[in-house]
Write a protein of this length. Structure first.
Length: 295
């Protein structure tokens, strides 16, 4: 896969995890995915921001948790032309601006927002940092997913803020699509549409930017949130390694449409999904929903 150099507005572009003990998180994720890390904060800074790299390309980051935060989480960033405009749109669409737009040195400008249900995400207006360079490979970001109790409200909110539309797939899965995203991808990967079609991808899949996961009524303890999914070579082996490194297997590896996946948590509690692409699973019914909601 070619390295990415920027994204188009409305596409998830970066992830980081806020951790009470960032060094412990570095030990876990370097052991799990083989990542190399570099702290990019200036000397004397009160917190750490450790960029994770794979093959020399940025894949994610581990950050010191904000003061007073005890829960480790993974955060999704969505590329925008203007963080200020995105914050205004989110507020107008019924969401909240949790952290007003601010500059991150020369890297970019960002804001922390939430949708109508309280699912948090960040928007990223790039300057020097242009998002994840390595994606859709083992050990890198493969997908982001919204878990929601109000799909209709989510369609209205994210449609207003980012121009997303819902796309239903065979087997009951739902995705977010950004019309025209396939054209952007085709520029960097000529023939992408043809390869997707030959692989049996549904119509419109080239425009998919994220997953839309309704939370079932019997999952009262699951709050609306954004999740992150990493590609892996072997979901079963990754789950075993995570456990050996002090993490937790929240949902044991299982087969779902197109993939075999597991829901895991690092030692400080940040949950994520490990997913192996399995083409022969494409016709499975939508089994992923209840287990993946735990992420």
């Amino acid at each position: 896969m070619p390295e990415r150099d920027g994204y188009t507005p409305g596409v998830p572009c970066w992830i980081d995890t806020s951790q009470p003990d960032p060094e412990a998180a570095v030990a876990f994720y370097s052991g799990l995915f083989g990542w190399d890390f570099e702290d990019v904060m200036p000397p004397g800074a009160p917190g750490k921001y450790l960029i994770a790299r794979q093959r020399g390309g940025d894949v994610a980051a581990v950050a010191s948790a904000p003061e007073g935060a005890s829960q480790a989480v993974w955060n999704t960033y969505i590329w925008v032309q203007s963080a200020d405009d995105a914050a205004a749109k989110a507020r107008q669409a019924g969401g909240r601006v949790l952290t007003e737009p601010f500059d991150v040195m020369e890297a970019g400008r960002m804001a922390v927002l939430s949708d109508r249900e309280g699912a948090q995400f960040c928007v990223w207006q790039a300057k020097q940092h242009r998002g994840a360079q390595i994606v859709n490979e083992p050990g890198s970001l493969n997908f982001n997913g919204l878990h929601t109790r109000d799909p209709d409200g989510a369609r209205s909110f994210y449609g207003s803020v980012f121009g997303w539309e819902a796309l239903g797939l065979p087997g009951g899965a739902q995705m977010w699509r950004l019309p025209g995203y396939g054209d952007f991808l085709e520029q960097g990967e000529p023939g992408l549409r043809r390869r997707m079609a030959e692989g049996g991808a549904p119509e419109g899949f080239e425009d998919v930017v994220a997953a839309l996961n309704p939370i079932a009524g019997d999952q009262a303890d699951v709050t609306p949130h954004w999740s992150v999914t990493f590609g892996v070579d072997d979901a079963d082996a990754t789950a075993a390694t995570a456990s050996e490194l002090g993490g937790k297997v929240v949902a044991a590896p299982f087969d779902a449409p197109w993939v075999r996946m597991a829901v895991l948590a690092d030692p400080q509690g940040a949950r994520f999904i490990a997913s192996k692409f399995v083409p022969e699973n494409r016709d499975l019914a939508g089994q992923a929903g209840s287990a993946a909601a735990a992420a």
